[in-house]
Design a protein around this ligand. Structure first.
Ligand code: ADP
Ligand code: MG
Length: 311
């Protein structure tokens, strides 16, 4: 397969779920346009309910779109569904695995499902890469949650797809495993695999991804290289806890973006690229505020949305 410019391209992609059972009808995707560069580690960032899984599930074929188009590795999912889908390996959000298979068996079944000839299977190599080689003959039900998730990653890789999609891969995964998972994902990417992951943690997307798209209420509100996105978001807050709670912002601080919190602390918002914390603290001291304690806060996703959706 020749390397296309985009691993995934979506145009005006829409999904409206019909009402079923307890769930009301819902327009989960409202015309998504996305271009995910081949070779990148791409983050799809958005709060719960934003439509991330819906997007992924349309690509994998679990959910049927109700409008627009999408292609995977240059192949339209309507015109060439089988080929398009063989170009992705998806690690779903929910762990779903038959407890009575061993990792080795689960991998072999998956390889068979994708029609990978026995001679081309790399089962042990993949299990080794996710740190499960010593568990290859254990029953899946004997594996820890983290091990199961790693096995799901391994299963998504049996047919050596050029694109691997991980839907909320760190949900319920401990810190140590997260590290090793990311290391492995990084190596895969270095070896040429395009990685797409969804997360609702800005920090995670920031640390791992070359590019980030932000999705909220079924709409893409930003999609750009991570450094560019962060530059737009470099607001931080400095919280000063004074020895005596404040009622009003002292006039001496009129030059900074300061407010008083209900607990009497002083909150100062600043751009970390422009203002140093040291300088700010000096300014506060010069305003005759004696500082009991202080902390800094990075923007959370909510701030990001407010910032992004500002006209
Ligand atoms: P995310 O993965 O970003 O948390 P989802 O794609 O799972 O978001 O969900 C997007 C929206 O679509 C949510 O409001 C969710 O409740 C709704 N939704 C998801 N699946 C269904 C379904 N099968 N039927 C009806 N609504 C659904
Ligand atoms: Mg989801």
């Amino acid at each position: 397969m020749n390397k296309p410019k985009f691993a995934i391209e979506a145009k005006q992609l829409e999904k409206t779920y019909k009402a079923s059972g307890k769930l009301p009808a819902k327009q989960a995707l409202k015309g998504i346009d996305l271009q995910i560069p081949a070779g990148s580690i791409f983050g799809l960032l958005g709060p719960n309910g934003a439509g991330k899984s819906t997007f992924i599930n349309i690509l994998s074929g679990l959910v049927t779109k109700t409008g627009g188009s999408a292609s995977i590795w240059g192949m339209d999912i309507d015109a060439r569904p089988r080929e398009a889908r063989s170009a992705i390996g998806v690690v779903p959000q929910e762990i779903n695995m038959d407890p009575f298979f061993t990792p080795m068996e689960a991998m072999e079944l998956q390889a068979g499902f994708y029609g990978v000839p026995k001679s081309q299977r790399r089962t042990e190599q993949i299990l080794d890469a996710v740190g499960l080689l010593d568990k290859k003959d254990a029953y899946v039900r004997q594996l820890s949650g983290g091990m199961k998730r790693r096995l799901m990653v391994a299963k998504a890789m049996v047919h050596a797809p050029p694109v691997v999609i991980l839907d909320e891969p760190t949900a319920g995964v401990d810190v140590e495993l997260r590290r090793s998972l990311w290391e492995y994902v990084g190596e895969l990417n270095k070896a040429g695999t395009t990685i797409i992951l969804t997360t609702h943690y800005l920090e995670e997307a920031e640390e791992l991804c070359d590019e980030i798209a932000i999705i909220n209420h079924g709409e893409v509100i930003a999609s750009e290289p991570t450094p560019q996105l962060l530059k737009r978001l470099d607001h931080r807050s400095l919280i000063i806890y004074p020895k005596d709670p404040l009622q009003v912002v002292p006039p001496a601080l009129s030059g900074v973006d300061a407010s008083i919190r209900p607990d009497g602390a002083l909150a100062i918002t600043f751009r970390s690229s422009e203002t140093g914390i040291g300088r700010l603290i000096e300014t506060v001291r010069e305003a005759n505020i004696s500082i009991e304690d202080l902390e800094t806060e990075d923007p959370d996703l909510e701030d990001v949305f407010v910032e992004m959706t500002k006209a």
